[in-house]
Design a protein around this ligand. Structure first.
Ligand code: PEP
Length: 247
């Protein structure tokens, strides 16, 4: 039985002070015995959020990292730095990073491997554009992203990875995929994971849905057979996140 994972992705929101205040306000209400709850936050918020959430049962993640351990990469942060701070998760390959910051399947793959080597749980994002959906290539596209992102990752390591299916047309638009659309792609992801790693590993791996998840649609989405929780953007910045966790 897979444990659901419900992760907030704050994007570039909340100053360190706002982050600490929000966590103080929400931590008891958002903690859950049934689901793994995580806040993925901007780098500068990691320290106050880790401090505030210590002992709460809520995990902390970063929204990106570099694929090298150290060196001349001005402005970047390594997996080792995150791990040493107490960070446990890292979002990799979010569509906003692919769109605005040149993230590719190749860099996502390098980052996934480095995160795993450092003992972080990668939340590896994939998803199609509206144009790709309308052209009928969603499944092929997402299968390829998953295969490339996990290239060279062993089954034992892959079992720790969380795959987040996020149709780009549904991110921050208020336009959610129907539960059937989301299930269809999450099921296809499980199939490609089965081809790559066998049924036992694929059945252990969590596949999330992300894209305008809110308090109203979470229950229906998370009830689908292959959807093991959500990656939540806008709604994770508000108290609404509590209702999503306790869907
Ligand atoms: C996201 O940031 O990954 C996301 C899905 O955003 P939103 O929930 O706001 O669509």
């Amino acid at each position: 039985m897979r444990k659901k994972i419900i992760a907030g992705n704050w994007k570039m929101n909340k100053t360190p002070k706002e982050a600490a205040e929000f966590c103080r306000m929400i931590k008891e209400k958002a903690a859950s015995n049934e689901a793994e709850v995580v806040f993925c936050v901007p780098f500068v918020d990691l320290y106050p959020v880790l401090e505030e959430l210590r002992g709460s049962g809520i995990g902390v993640g970063a929204e990106n990292m570099h694929f090298e351990d150290s060196g001349a990469f001005t402005g970047e942060v390594s997996a080792l730095m995150l791990k040493e701070m107490g960070v446990e998760y890292v979002v990799l390959g979010h569509s906003e990073r692919r769109q605005y910051f040149g993230e590719t399947d190749e860099t996502v793959n390098k980052k996934v491997k480095k995160a795993l080597a450092a003992g972080l749980v990668p939340i590896m994002c994939c998803g199609e554009t509206l144009e790709q959906r309308e052209a009928g290539i969603t499944i092929e596209w997402v299968r390829m992203q998953v295969k490339c992102g996990l290239l060279g990752v062993s089954a034992a390591d892959a079992a720790k990875v969380v795959v987040a299916y996020e149709p780009i047309w549904a991110i921050g638009t208020g336009k959610t995929a129907t539960s059937e659309q989301a299930q269809e792609v999450c099921h296809a992801i499980r199939e490609v994971l089965t081809e790559m790693y066998g049924k036992e590993t694929a059945e252990q791996m969590r596949v999330q849905y992300g894209g305008s998840v809110n308090a109203k649609n979470a229950a229906e989405l998370f009830a689908m057979a292959d959807i093991d929780g959500g990656l939540v953007g806008g709604a994770s910045l508000k108290e609404e996140f509590v209702s999503i966790v306790h869907y």
